[in-house]
Design a binder for this molecule. Structure first.
Ligand SMILES: [Zn+2]
Ligand SMILES: [Zn+2]
Length: 413
């Protein structure tokens, strides 16, 4: 009996030995890290600039969001972004009230049991003399801590939130020094810190030429607001596209996520589109280069597989992404293949025909016989109100191949 036990133990040890030596404990943890995967969104360079993917407007539990800053960073990394801004509301901090209850005896006697907290909703009224007691930099600090293992560019910011309008200031230096009862002074406080300020989910106003409220139109004209959110979550402000581009404002697309992105962008998220992104054309992914690009207006707003931006950027993006190759001619037509090496799908109109070349995909299209070029209107690349990017692609014609002429769909691409 004893011998049998020993023998079984020896067999067990022998059987386990190769596994144990092949996988050391630290390798197991490394492979676990390697096992986490990120969705990569491939976009070619435009005008010699790299194209970085950013969400410049998100919320966390440090205002009225449902997730932690750490979650925001992790989710952005998973979603393929390079840059994430944490822009909690200064004036509206729902969770602060909940935290006061939770903190109980930890907090000063005078602030305990305050059902509404201290100045936690200042959207329609000014703070009383106690001011804002919370440290508005904590959300950003927590995001930076979590980012150590992800390596994104995390941007400090705030949303200035009043009944008259909402404005995002990013690349702020100290979020505790921005609030002022007067909205324009608050924006100026952010500008003084070198922040890039943009106009969130613009309100419509019939009395102005731009369709913006007089207050926000005035702040644009004074140079305080440099960008406009043309897309916020599921909404796109189509009527403001030309106003934004023609007046030199930077087009922005953000999630304004308060909950998870899967919820925010459902069902698009599951149908081959990405969360809203501002594509930033910059030399490097650091604060200096990204800020410079934003002030220079070098962005493209991405929303549900639509891209909004200057024609020069969108047309170059298309040409850098899509190549064309002559396949053969049959009796009536010339057949070509379009190959897309970007992750962005392009919706094409050429003559009376339409086609889609999917992200990282290819499509075969037919042209009038003898063609050696094709003019496209790319209907998902928006360059103004009712305007779309255009591009002409030409190709070298190949000598006639009788087999392909008779079997064109068998062409082995
Ligand atoms: Zn807002
Ligand atoms: Zn917001």
């Amino acid at each position: 009996m004893k011998h049998t036990k020993l023998l079984l133990s020896a067999i067990a040890l022998f059987a386990l030995a190769p596994i144990a030596s092949a996988q050391k404990p630290n390798e197991i943890s490394n492979s676990f890290i390697r096992g986490r995967h990120r969705q990569e969104i491939v976009i070619p360079q435009i005008q010699g600039y790299n194209v970085y993917k950013a969400d410049l407007h998100t919320h966390t539990i440090y205002s009225d969001g449902g997730v932690t800053p750490s979650w925001r960073v992790r989710e952005a990394w998973f979603d393929g972004l390079d840059i994430i801004a944490i822009t909690d509301h200064i004036e509206y901090r729902r969770v602060e009230r909940e935290m006061l209850e939770y903190m109980g005896d930890y907090i000063k006697e005078e602030y305990r049991n305050l059902p509404k907290g201290v100045n936690t909703n200042l959207q329609g009224n000014a703070a009383d003399k106690r001011g804002i007691l919370a440290n508005l930099n904590v959300g950003y600090d927590k995001a930076v801590e979590s980012n150590e293992q992800y390596g994104l560019l995390v941007v400090r910011g705030v949303e200035i939130t009043r009944n008259e309008g909402h404005f995002n200031a990013i690349f702020t230096k100290d979020n505790n020094k921005i609030y002022h009862p007067d909205i324009e002074t608050s924006v100026r406080n952010a500008v003084k810190q070198g922040a890039f300020v943009f106009h969130n989910h613009p309100k419509h106003d019939k009395t102005t030429a731009s369709g913006l409220t007089p207050l926000s139109e005035g702040m644009h004209q004074k140079g305080l607001l440099k960008g406009i959110e043309l897309c916020n979550g599921p909404v796109m402000w189509s009527r403001l596209i030309s106003y934004c581009l023609d007046n030199g404002y930077t087009p922005i697309s953000t999630s304004d996520g308060h909950t998870t992105m899967a919820e925010r962008f459902y069902p698009h998220y599951n149908n081959g589109t990405y969360r809203n992104m501002t594509l930033i054309l910059a030399k490097q992914c650091d604060e200096k280069s990204i800020k410079e690009a934003l002030f220079a207006g070098r962005t493209i707003a991405y929303h549900n597989n639509k891209l909004i931006g200057k024609a020069e950027y969108l047309e170059e993006l298309f040409k850098a992404s899509v190549s064309i190759e002559h396949m053969c001619d049959n009796k009536k037509e010339t057949m070509v293949i379009l190959t897309n090496k970007s992750s962005i799908p392009y919706q094409l109109k050429f003559g009376k025909r339409t086609a889609v070349v999917e992200g990282m995909g290819a499509v075969q299209i037919t042209l009038p016989k003898g063609s050696d070029s094709v003019d496209f209107v790319i209907t998902n690349l928006i360059t103004g109100n009712g305007k779309r990017a255009k591009a002409s692609l030409s190709f070298n014609r190949k000598p006639t191949n009788k087999y392909l002429q008779e079997n064109p769909t068998w062409y082995p691409y």
